[in-house]
Design a protein around this ligand. Structure first.
Ligand SMILES: [Zn+2]
Length: 437
């Protein structure tokens, strides 16, 4: 009998050891990393354990005090867990002063603990050093008067104090970066647009954020000049559709009109996004001087932000906004750089055909499209009036013309202001200490 009992005990012990050895630890990963905790900072944790997690908890620790900010528990599994192969679990919660009232600005630790959902229930603990920032940064704008045209550009100077990582101008859904003000680095400036697709009653704001999500914003004096954008009918011929479709998307499937509409919608959006993304390829200095140049002797065929109704066989089949100016002269004329800058893009781009983009610094860029040939390459420094290539009708163009546009931090704006030396002096240079005329 004793032997039997002893044998059973050994068996149980053996089983226990095996169950114990089969246990797995939990990988605890923060995505994204948390370095700063504020009033109520969102935290996303990924827990990876093939046996699953029985309990997860998060706490904040500061000056010897500790507060649990989040707990999640799951039904325990002690046996048969080795058959499981659980997918990683994502846990979302908030940590900050709202969860731990005694929390003060300064250093603290975020502690994450997970218990494996198996026989052993192994605990894994991760402690992260964080900075507590509960006071939002503060921001104050200049005292200038800001006259803004809908679809146009403007510049604002402001000061930010406190702990912040992002500051600039917000206009509706758009944000514009800021840079240290040349000549007075205690201040910052933003070149911004009042985008054509933002409602006219939108109030532009200067803002600053910290990584904990605290945000401060301030108004500044401004007056918006509304701009009624034009509507134009564009009649589509089969010859035009065929030219566009065969050139831009020769392998596409479907009917002629269907293929054209895909290019005009989907591809137009992707091409505009590709242009917008070039905002990051900029130099933090002003490369340009004086007014930008309009293609000499050119006839204006289309204005910035014209809405185009596409008519095919007497019916409206599409509507898109044309971002840019269409300038025509004669065929194959040299296309000249509108101002000094650096070539950041020189290749085919869908509806824009052969396209060149020049960066002028501080995220101000000029765009030249439908070129017959490109004569520059990315990285080339160009001077005002230097040829970039020759005009043509590549991409979605019915005839030889230059499609010219400008963008401010990735948002296309009307180039008319930038062609105007007086506007540049009054609206831009007058606010920059180093360039004040
Ligand atoms: Zn155009």
């Amino acid at each position: 009998m004793k032997k039997l009992l002893a044998g059973a005990a050994v068996l149980l012990l053996g089983a226990g050891v095996i169950l114990f050895l089969l246990s797995a630890g939990t990988a605890i990963e923060l995505e994204p990393a948390v370095k700063v905790v504020g009033v109520e900072t969102p935290v996303i944790v990924r827990l990876t354990n093939p046996h699953g997690v029985r309990r997860f908890s998060a706490s904040l620790e500061q000056d010897g005090a500790r507060q649990t900010v989040y707990v999640e528990e799951y039904p325990a599994t002690r046996f048969l867990f080795w058959r499981k192969n659980e997918a990683p679990r994502t846990v979302r919660f908030a940590a900050g002063k709202k969860q731990f009232a005694a929390l003060k600005d300064g250093k603290a630790r975020l502690i994450l603990e997970a218990q494996s959902n198996d026989f052993r229930g192994a605990a894994t603990r991760v402690a992260i050093d964080v900075e507590v920032v509960t006071r939002p940064p503060s921001v104050a704008a200049d005292g200038f008067q800001h006259y803004i045209t809908h679809g146009g550009s403007e510049l604002v100077v402001f000061t930010v104090s406190g702990y912040w990582t992002e500051a600039g101008v917000r206009v509706g859904k758009y944000t514009f970066r800021s840079f240290p003000l040349p000549g007075d680095p205690s201040k910052r400036f933003s070149l911004f647009a009042f985008p054509w697709d933002v409602p006219a009653d939108t109030v532009p704001l200067v803002y600053a954020r910290d990584p904990a999500g605290n945000e401060a914003s301030a108004r500044f004096w401004f007056k918006l000049f509304p701009k009624p954008f034009r509507k134009r009918d564009l009649h589509l011929s089969d010859a035009f559709l065929e030219k566009v479709v065969n050139e831009i998307d020769p392998g596409g499937s479907g009917g002629l009109l269907e293929r054209f509409l895909k290019i005009n919608g989907e591809m137009r959006r992707a091409n505009n996004q590709a242009l917008a993304d070039l905002r990051w390829k900029t130099e933090e200095r002003m490369l340009w001087s004086g007014p930008f140049l309009q293609l000499a002797n050119s006839k204006v065929e289309a204005l910035f932000a014209d809405t185009r109704n596409y008519i095919y066989q007497g019916k409206k089949v599409d509507e898109q906004t044309h971002l840019g100016f269409d300038l025509s002269v004669v065929k194959n004329v040299p296309v000249l750089a509108a101002n000094d800058g650096k070539v950041i893009f020189a290749e085919r781009l869908g509806i824009y055909g052969n396209c060149v983009v020049v960066d002028h610094g501080y995220a101000l860029q000029s765009i030249y499209a439908h070129l017959n040939e490109i004569g520059v390459k990315p990285g080339d420094q160009v001077k005002k009036n230097q040829p970039l290539g020759r005009s043509g009708a590549t991409g979605m163009a019915g005839g030889d013309h230059l499609h010219f546009s400008m963008q401010v931090d990735g948002v296309q704006v009307s180039p008319v202001e930038w062609w105007d030396g007086a506007w540049i002096r009054n609206r831009i240079l007058s606010k920059l200490p180093e360039s004040r005329p």
